[in-house]
Every structure is written in structure tokens, then in C-alpha cells.
Design a binder for this molecule. Structure first.
Ligand code: Q46
Ligand code: ZN
Ligand code: ZN
Length: 328
């Protein structure tokens, strides 16, 4: 197996490109793909202050590394969800990464700062954990970005993630989600700009990037992910990709080029009914945003069960009043 660029010994094959790479040229390919995504979709300007949503996993640490190496001013934001050992280990990876490189890591802790952890909050709100988790992270990333004066929120979604989400949304024709499934969402109505610079890289490549760069990331899967539909969609696409390399790329980039614009009017209509959340000020279509409703239910349930008895739901809401944003 020879490197496509230098003909030296290759360490990895990238089947959708029909190419093999040595270490140096694989890392260069990853950087090139990220730069290409940034340019193609106007994700970042050189002077932008970026806030990277860091989970301690391969994708978020890879994108933080790639942006920092490319000279962008990029701070990290870690949200402690209180998912037992998994959260402890992922926080450790995020902290070590930041410490070793002298990067700024902002931390928010759901239990300490809002009075509940994700598993109990999801139970109390009768939500699937990943749904409560998604809305919580979106809310807290948006809020930190707006309050910290960042120009853009960066997430580590890769090609496999985006293709799987697109697959799931198309299977059920969730046109409202399809309208927002873009590699860049512009800043508007109190929401910060959001970008996904890894959309041109697959998750096997982001894992290899971390290994070759010596980045210690959390390999363990979140224990709440089991049974999550998203994983099933990924597996289904992996099977197709195995016999037809490049399918995921064509599916996702074909959607962006030929179909995404058709759903734009739906996203526009969603924005017309936004007003400030009565609890925290975040833009929302309801009186209370989804995160404030979750906090209210979770802390009410916690008080009833004796846990978190010192937390008052109303106090939590008013303590977090301010110009924040929620993706829900
Ligand atoms: S952390 Fe949260 Fe993931 Fe765990 S609960 Fe689901 S969404 S699986 S990226
Ligand atoms: Zn080479
Ligand atoms: Zn709110």
C-alpha cells in the first residue's frame, strides 16, 4: 500500500477517494479537507473568535486541534452532563487536551449550575436521553457563545454524522429538520452562527487523525446511546458504503447542492414566531424555552425525591435570565 502523494509506505486507505496515505500526507489531507469546507461554506474569517463544543471525543478534539493549528482563535466549551464515569472520563480528556496545548476550556456543569443531571432530567421530563441532551447542549453552547461574545460556535459533526442525520430525516420526511441541516447556520434572531468544519471527513478519518496526532480522546461510547436510532442509521449507511464507497459523501453533498434550498422557506417560517423566553430570554416559539421547561421539571422532580432539595426551580430560571439562545 503506497501513499498517493509520495509513494512511501501508506498507513491508511480512504476508499471513497480511492487513495492511500502516509502519516504526513494523511494529516495534510485532513487539513486540506477542513480548509476546503471552511472556504466552500464561508464558515470562518481569520479574525473570528470561535467557541468549540468539546465533548472529549475524537471529533470535537480533532476539530479544535485543526482550527488551533490553522491559527484560529478557538476556545473550548465542555458541558458536564453528569452521565457517571463517562462524563468523568470525557471531562478528563477535554481538560488534558486544553492543558497540554495552553488552550482555554470553559466548563459548565449541569448539576452544579442548574441543579440536575442529564439522566434524571430526561426521566423527569419524560424525554429520550439523547433528545434532552441535544436541547441542553444546544442551549448551553448558544448561551455561552452569545454571552462570551464569540463569533461562531464550532461543532465536530463529521460526514458520517451528517449523512446519518440526513438519512433519518429523509426517511421520515422531517422537513423542518431538513431545512436546518446545513454545514453553516448564520447568526440571527439571538442565535449565534454555527459551523461544522469536519463535514468533508469521515469518522474513521477523525479517529485516525487523533491517533496520529497523539490526541487522547474518550473511546467509550456514551452509555445512554444504546438503542439510539442515529446509530442504526449509521450502521445501515456503513453497509451501503462498504460495497459502494463514496455513497455517504454523494448523499450528503448532493442534498446540499440540489435539495437543501427547497426546504429553506420552512426554516424562514420557523423564525417568524420567535420571542424571548420568559425564564432566560433565549429566542423560542413558546413562553418558556425547551431548556427552561426541562430545568423546571427536572428540579421539581429532584425536590420531590429529596435530591437537590436546595434547588429552587424559579430561582434557577431567574439566575440564568439573560441574552441567551436556544436551538429548540
Ligand atoms: S452524549 Fe447525549 Fe450523545 Fe449520550 S445522551 Fe445521547 S446525545 S449519546 S452525542
Ligand atoms: Zn506520503
Ligand atoms: Zn429559557
Amino acid at each position: 500500500m503506497k501513499c498517493r502523494v509520495c509513494r512511501g509506505p501508506a498507513v491508511i486507505d480512504v476508499r471513497r477517494q480511492n487513495a492511500n496515505y502516509c502519516v504526513e500526507h494523511f494529516l495534510r489531507m485532513c487539513r486540506d479537507q477542513v480548509n476546503k469546507a471552511i472556504e466552500q461554506f464561508a464558515m470562518l474569517n481569520p479574525q473570528d473568535r470561535a467557541l468549540v463544543a468539546v465533548s472529549g471525543g475524537k471529533d470535537s478534539l480533532a476539530v479544535w486541534d485543526l482550527l488551533s493549528e490553522a491559527g484560529y482563535e478557538a476556545d473550548g466549551l465542555y458541558v458536564g452532563l453528569g452521565i457517571g464515569d463517562y462524563s468523568d472520563a470525557s471531562r478528563g480528556c477535554a481538560r488534558r487536551f486544553a492543558d497540554q496545548r495552553g488552550l482555554e476550556l470553559i466548563e459548565v456543569d449541569l448539576l452544579e449550575d442548574f441543579g440536575f443531571d442529564l439522566p434524571s432530567g430526561a426521566r423527569a421530563a419524560r424525554r429520550v436521553p439523547c433528545s434532552a441532551c441535544g436541547l441542553t447542549k444546544r442551549h448551553l453552547f448558544d448561551k455561552a457563545a452569545v454571552q462570551g461574545g464569540y463569533d461562531v460556535v464550532v461543532t465536530g459533526h463529521n460526514l458520517d454524522d451528517e449523512a446519518a442525520v440526513l438519512f433519518g430525516n429523509a426517511l421520515r420526511w422531517h422537513t423542518d429538520y431538513l431545512a436546518r441541516q446545513l454545514p453553516v447556520l448564520p447568526e440571527r434572531d439571538g442565535f449565534p452562527k454555527k459551523v461544522k468544519p469536519l463535514v468533508r471527513l469521515g469518522e474513521r478519518e477523525t479517529a485516525a487523525y487523533c491517533v496520529l496526532r497523539g490526541i487522547d480522546y474518550i473511546v467509550q461510547e456514551c452509555p445512554l446511546a444504546a438503542g439510539n436510532r442515529h446509530l442504526g442509521y449509521k450502521e445501515a449507511l456503513n453497509e451501503i458504503e462498504a460495497t459502494s464507497p463514496g455513497t455517504k459523501f454523494d448523499f450528503y453533498f448532493g442534498f446540499l447542492a440540489r435539495a437543501a434550498a427547497l426546504f429553506r422557506p420552512i426554516a424562514e417560517a420557523d423564525h417568524q414566531n420567535l420571542a424571548g423566553c420568559l425564564g432566560c430570554g433565549a429566542p423560542t416559539t413558546a413562553e418558556l424555552c425547551a431548556f427552561c421547561r426541562l430545568t423546571e421539571r427536572a428540579t421539581r422532580a429532584g425536590r420531590g425525591a429529596g435530591a437537590g432539595a436546595e434547588v429552587d426551580g424559579a430561582a434557577v430560571l431567574s439566575a440564568h435570565r439573560g441574552p441567551v439562545a436556544d436551538g429548540a
